[in-house]
Design a protein around this ligand. Sequence first.
Ligand SMILES: *[C@@H]1O[C@H](CO)[C@@H](O)[C@H](O)[C@H]1NC(C)=O
Ligand SMILES: *[C@@H]1O[C@H](CO)[C@@H](O)[C@H](O)[C@H]1NC(C)=O
Length: 388
Amino acid sequence: MQVELAAPIPSFSTMASSSTHSMGLTMPFSLATVLVILSCCTQFALAAREVSTAGDDKAMRERYEKWMVENGQTYEDSAEKARRFEVFKFNAHFIDSYNAAAGPGGKSRTGLLTTNKFADLTGDEFRSTYISGRSGGAISGGINGTMPPLGSGFMYGAVRLSDMPASMDWREKGAVTQVKDQGLTCECCWAFSAAAAVEGIHQIKSGNLVSLSVQQLVDCSTGANDGCKPRDMDKAFQYIIDSGGLTTEQAYSYQGYQGTCSASGKPIAARIRGFQDVPPRNETALFLAVAHQPVSIGLDAGINSVMQFFSGTGIYGAAGEPCTEDLNHAMTIVGYGTDEHGTKYWLMKNSWGSTWADQGYVKIARDVVSNGAGICGLTMQASYPVVA
Ligand SMILES: *[C@@H]1O[C@H](CO)[C@@H](O)[C@H](O)[C@H]1NC(C)=O
Ligand SMILES: *[C@@H]1O[C@H](CO)[C@@H](O)[C@H](O)[C@H]1NC(C)=O
């Protein structure tokens, strides 16, 4: 693991020019003179830096110790703790400077990022586990998915927008289970997203909210060794159709790695008849779908560490958070609304545990990307299960 330093020691070339100017030296002078001046100034600069870093380190170490207590974090040995402190320090500098710098149009970013439970993970460590590789690694399967058995149409396309509620929170309707945690060992956000979408439509149609088995999807809907790899949610929906349904989380609980499929004999708790893709690059179409049920989506969560440290205060993307359309993570949209400043948002359920962002949920800006792709490409691979 490599830890980058937030404030590298100025290079000799930088120091040479600044010392030359400040000392008002004029040509010609010997190389030996230059070297003496350089080494003198370097020592002075290093000494000054040590003083300021020492003060910084003391405050930072206290912040780190506090963070460890709050997050129940412990380490195997002092070497690992020292290594993790360097990562924490780097992340804390990134978080502090991001929060301090206003977004486009002077929009405040105060409190947008926080030293959450991921604060001792490097960006690469986070990207290699909690999301599917680095940015640019699109979810396999592309946006087309498998053709839904009920016909490839968009069943909500003819619904009148004005008939839909201005805000929706499927949690309030009892259609959303508790936030789950995919953990550090399995890149199966696709399975959490698909299960949450099925939990939603199952509750809406039957009145019963049942936590469904993500592990069944990881073990049974994939080839050997594919369960903890990036995957298209539509493939999970197809498996649920083909296999006859999903059992409960209780009967087949999450392990965080792929095991042998052992769904046989377990009670089926929810079935679906099909699934459909929401037309991409169209936030209106997505709105119509979410007005009817929770929807699985792919998005870019990994271009930088902003999503990793998002505090849940405010709306992601409202202050120009950088993003691409390279999908590398899946979430489930469980609602939409408009905040007190008139900013429209999508309400997303994530699978990074209930201590990330706003108790595991994040609001992402809605209707702000002119090409319809949505913030972080969130309309590009949206789909929902059909229970008919
Ligand atoms: C999706 O469909 C388009 C048009 O039919 C096709 O050109 C493209 O290759 C497909 N993409 C994938 C990933 O299957
Ligand atoms: C977006 O979807 C809505 C609902 O299906 C449709 O009426 C509208 O024409 C679509 N817009 C575009 C630009 O495709």
